[in-house]
Design a protein around this ligand. Structure first.
Ligand code: FAD
Ligand code: NAI
Length: 473
């Protein structure tokens, strides 16, 4: 039997890999994608971390828990009584699993539609030979002219506290807790800590988050981080900053975390379950990079240049396994750009306009530079802010926390950053991304007609605020 040969072989079927494979196939390349993720029946489950244990399931649980919180605490404001509201955790987790499966199946359908050959199993380098790469795809060996590596990332381990996914949980276990823990501990107040902490707090857990750094959400605009800290505290999420984690010990009842607080005093936190969310590490397990001399950096990330080229000819890498933010949409953009570069086109990823979203309540979203970054960079800027409290749609929704904030160049008025904390910030941020991609000024947004009543009017008003001429505040 002759060895199958492909123009493009993608290893990893997460958002970086499956999108790269689809785009390569669209461009006319004979393309294969290899992914090893298994569903509970051992079948293929493409979509990577994002689909299986990341973006999609976390948003499903955030939605369920938000409904529960609304029924318990906010329906009454609308004159709706909902006594004795209960939650069936098994059903909630089952719904989340269905949503995940719909996405897995959707990707398999897209592979078929675009004529991408899918291999379910591990992909690894065998050798480089005669300008081609021999790649193991599950049980087969195939040949590739170009290889795109999109092997993603794994949760970072805290030394001395190995994940068992029963008591000490990574994002994987945090998404399938079987009953609401009375007390939940979280180490790391980053994106996962806040999103997962919010889910289980809304469902009734007493949640304590222990953070090593002295500042809360240091990468976020300071005024947004301050507002978020105030609102999360009001919701009952306990966040301790500046701690130093000591011994993490398991017992049959739960976990105890010994730590030193910000004042240097020894403390102990006893919880039923502990989520550890202290960042993620690039994953090249099983890829066999040594077989071809693929270069990794000291963090284990695949070394790439600005165009996602590795040190090897015709080998590219995208997504969490390379430098840059670990975000699904960043991985996708890189996947598209690489496929287009293979086709001789000018694939392009603008790192300055990648949006960030934290799906807490209220949501936090931003693009571009923060006020503290502009100060550090010595850039002269103007700021404009508009509160949702003064927005008609937010009042009608009963969701008036937060604000939209614009930062624009003091001389040219070019938008340098937009920071939102408030309802549907994840959707509102798109307008700012488009504006920045087109190098718009704050005045451009201020002069565009926005539907009334809509949350997007707060964006327009924040742009007007840059010139100190808000109309509704
Ligand atoms: P991955 O999605 O990790 O996919 C890599 C794939 O490669 C996996 O399927 C893996 O099994 C496979 N693989 C690895 N090695 C091999 C091999 N040798 N052979 C075959 N297959 C292999 N990002 C957002 O933008 N928005 C969010 O809301 C968001 N929420 C998140 C929530 C959580 C809880 C977590 C953990 C992450 C979240 N992220 C979010 C981050 C996002 O999931 C990642 O940035 C994204 O999945 C990276 O995509 P990727 O394609 O690089 O890698
Ligand atoms: P993170 O980098 O967002 O946050 C980790 C936090 O843990 C930081 O605040 C850090 O200071 C703290 N920390 C690190 N070591 C510590 C220690 N020893 N003790 C106490 N605190 C410690 O990482 P997280 O939350 O694990 O998420 C990983 C990545 O997944 C994110 O960076 C993001 O790229 C992605 N993600 C994106 C989401 C989104 O876009 N909505 C949602 C969830 C994850």
């Amino acid at each position: 039997m002759s060895t199958k040969q492909f123009d493009v072989v993608v290893i990893g079927g997460g958002p970086g890999g499956y999108i790269a494979a689809i785009r390569a196939a669209q461009l006319g390349f004979n393309t294969a994608c290899i992914d090893e993720w298994k569903n509970e029946k051992g079948g293929p489950a493409p979509g990577g971390t994002c689909t299986n244990v990341g973006c999609i399931p976390s948003k499903a649980l955030l939605q369920s828990s938000e409904h529960f919180e609304h029924a318990n605490h906010h329906f009454a404001d609308h004159g709706i009584s909902a006594d004795n509201v209960r939650i069936d955790i098994k059903k909630m987790i089952g719904r989340k699993d269905t949503v995940v499966k719909q996405n897995n199946d959707g990707i398999l359908y897209l592979f078929k539609k675009n004529k991408v050959t899918f291999f379910h199993g591990r992909g690894s380098f065998v050798a480089a030979k005669d300008g081609l790469y021999e790649v193991k795809a599950g049980e087969e060996v195939i040949l590739a002219k170009h290889v795109v590596l999109a092997t993603g990332s794994n949760a970072r381990q805290l030394p001395g506290a190995a994940f068992d996914e029963e008591l000490i949980l990574s994002n994987d276990g945090a998404l399938r807790i079987g009953e609401v823990p009375k007390k939940l501990g979280v180490i790391g107040s980053g994106v996962i800590g806040l999103e997962m902490g919010s889910v289980w707090r809304r469902l009734g857990a007493e949640v304590t988050v222990l953070e090593g750094l002295p500042t809360f959400l240091g990468a976020v605009d300071e005024s947004v981080a301050k507002e978020a800290a105030k609102l999360f505290k009001k919701q009952g999420l306990k966040i301790e900053l500046g701690v130093k984690i000591g011994e993490v010990a398991k017992s049959k009842d739960g976990v105890t975390v010994a730590y030193t607080d910000a004042k240097g005093a020894a403390q102990t936190l006893a919880v039923d379950k502990l989520i550890i969310s202290i960042g993620r590490v690039p994953n090249t397990i099983g890829l066999n990079p040594e077989a071809v001399g693929l270069k990794l950096d000291e963090r284990g990330a695949i070394v790439v240049d600005d165009e996602c080229k590795t040190n090897l000819p015709n080998v590219w890498a995208v997504g969490d396994v390379v430098r840059g933010p670990m975000l699904a949409h960043k991985a996708e953009e890189e996947g598209v750009a690489v496929a287009e570069r293979i086709a001789g086109q000018h694939g392009h990823v603008n790192f300055n306009t990648i949006p960030w979203v934290i799906y807490t309540s209220p949501e936090i979203a931003w693009v571009g530079r923060t006020e503290q970054q502009l100060k550090a960079d010595g850039v002269e800027y103007k700021a404009g802010q508009f509160p949702f409290l003064a927005n008609g749609r937010a009042r009608a929704l009963g969701d008036t926390n937060g604000f939209v904030k614009f930062l624009a160049d003091a001389k040219t008025d070019e938008i340098l950053g937009v920071h939102i904390i408030g309802p549907m910030a994840s959707e509102l941020i798109s307008e700012a991304v488009v504006a920045m991609e087109f190098k718009a000024s704050a005045e451009d947004i201020a002069r565009i007609c926005h539907a009334h009543p809509s949350l997007s009017e707060a964006t327009k008003e924040a742009a007007l605020a840059v010139d100190k001429r808000t109309l509704n505040f």
